[in-house]
Design a protein around this ligand. Structure first.
Ligand code: GTP
Length: 362
């Protein structure tokens, strides 16, 4: 079965992390998110992949090429304007034929695709949608089903009193080719708001495949940080520290897992790295600095006595001596926080900005 990966969204909510980096190239445990998705498809015997995208084409194509490095075949379908989730698939129609799968590219999941395909065949469905439970369905597309898993209703971002289920559309579909007839060519069109409700109204067999398996999308920096924390626990384990290459670690530095240290890092005297933490390649953590619960991309420098806690710092940033970047703060690429600043409460700093010494205490 072929799979279309949707990779052409604007990723506005993930800014500033997505200002220079395509959403699907954002590193998760130091590897692009899309690499995880491709490996997941491969594990599920899906090796014919179409990546639908519009911007930052070179970043993705340059990294994944024809997919042979991953044991899959990748072709690219490029949009000249944002076409929406369904418009993007229509744009790739010439590459499809048989029943096919569609994936929102910004998800990380273990949902069992074989079981989902079995249900699709057994029910003779026209559309199957993976469903996942969430705590707060009001920010998602909710899908109501009957006892036999047939979809009764779609509600996009329901208000609190409209919520009747916490099962949401997980952004994984199995589609029969006839569903493409519901999508007009060359216009912006989405599955969630346009195609599925229209197909339901016309009585098409639309089924949900409910799954309790791990699922998250990296729509926002908060969820991005949570995914890194979850995976550190899962792959690295509670107190383990994984070095991805050669790094210089001072004997009086203290590193507590779960943590990943990329290649070519310098970890200075009396510095503390406390997991869950991801340090990208080429980072320098200077004397007495503390990094806890944070994700750092490549080539960041954390000055003497600086403190990073539960934050995300993109590539090539500088955190000056005695500065603090705390809970939920997000720094874009090439940001300079000069000495003595204290950033907290989710402040986001856009790429290439410099904060003067002692300018922020919030
Ligand atoms: P926000 O701007 O923050 O809402 O993010 P987004 O643009 O990524 O939108 P959303 O989270 O709804 O997208 C879900 C998935 O569909 C992501 O993997 C997007 O890359 C993808 N996607 C959204 N719109 C398009 C589109 O117009 N074309 C393609 N090819 N993919 C899209």
């Amino acid at each position: 079965m072929k799979a279309v990966i949707l990779a052409g969204g604007e990723a506005t909510r993930l800014r500033p992390l997505s200002c220079n980096t395509a959403k699907l190239m954002v590193p998760v445990l130091n590897h692009p998110l899309l690499e995880n998705l491709i490996n997941y498809l491969k594990r599920n015997d899906i090796t014919d992949i179409i990546i639908a995208l519009g911007q930052q084409v070179e970043q993705i194509q340059g990294y994944f090429g024809d997919g042979s490095k991953y044991g899959v075949r990748i072709v690219y379908s490029v949009e000249h304007f944002p076409m929406g989730t369904a418009g993007a698939v229509k744009n790739a129609e010439r590459l499809l034929g048989e029943p096919f799968m569609v994936f929102n590219g910004d998800i990380f999941t273990d949902i069992d695709l074989t079981a989902m395909m079995d249900l699709h065949c057994q029910k003779k469905a026209c559309v199957s949608i993976a469903l996942t439970p969430v705590e707060d369905p009001t920010i998602y597309g909710v899908v109501e089903t009957d006892a036999g898993n047939r979809v009764k209703l779609f509600v996009e971002k329901p208000s609190r009193d409209e919520v009747t289920t916490n099962m949401i559309n997980a952004g994984i579909y199995i589609l029969e080719p006839e569903i493409l007839n519901y999508i007009p060519p060359k216009v912006f069109f989405t599955f969630e708001r346009n195609v599925f409700p229209a197909a339901l109204e016309r009585g098409q067999a639309i089924y949900g495949y409910p799954s309790e398996a791990y699922w998250i999308d990296i729509g926002t920096p908060e969820k991005y940080l949570r995914l890194n924390h979850d995976l550190l626990q899962r792959y690295v384990g509670n107190k383990r520290v994984k070095f991805e290459g050669e790094s210089a670690v001072h004997p009086q530095a203290q590193i507590e897992g779960a943590a990943i240290i990329g290649d070519g890092c310098f970890i200075g005297k009396n510095s503390i790295i406390r997991g869950p933490a991801v340090i990208g390649s080429g980072c320098q953590i200077e004397e007495g600095a503390i990094v806890e619960g944070a994700v750092l991309w490549q080539n960041c420098k954390v000055g003497k006595g600086a403190k990073l806690k539960n934050c995300v710092v993109a590539s090539n940033c500088y955190i000056g001596e005695e500065s603090e970047v705390l809970d939920g703060c997000v720094l874009g690429d090439n940001v300079r926080i000069e000495r003595g600043n204290k950033l907290s409460q989710g402040i986001r700093i856009w790429p290439d900005k410099s904060i003067e010494p002692d300018a922020i205490s919030f």
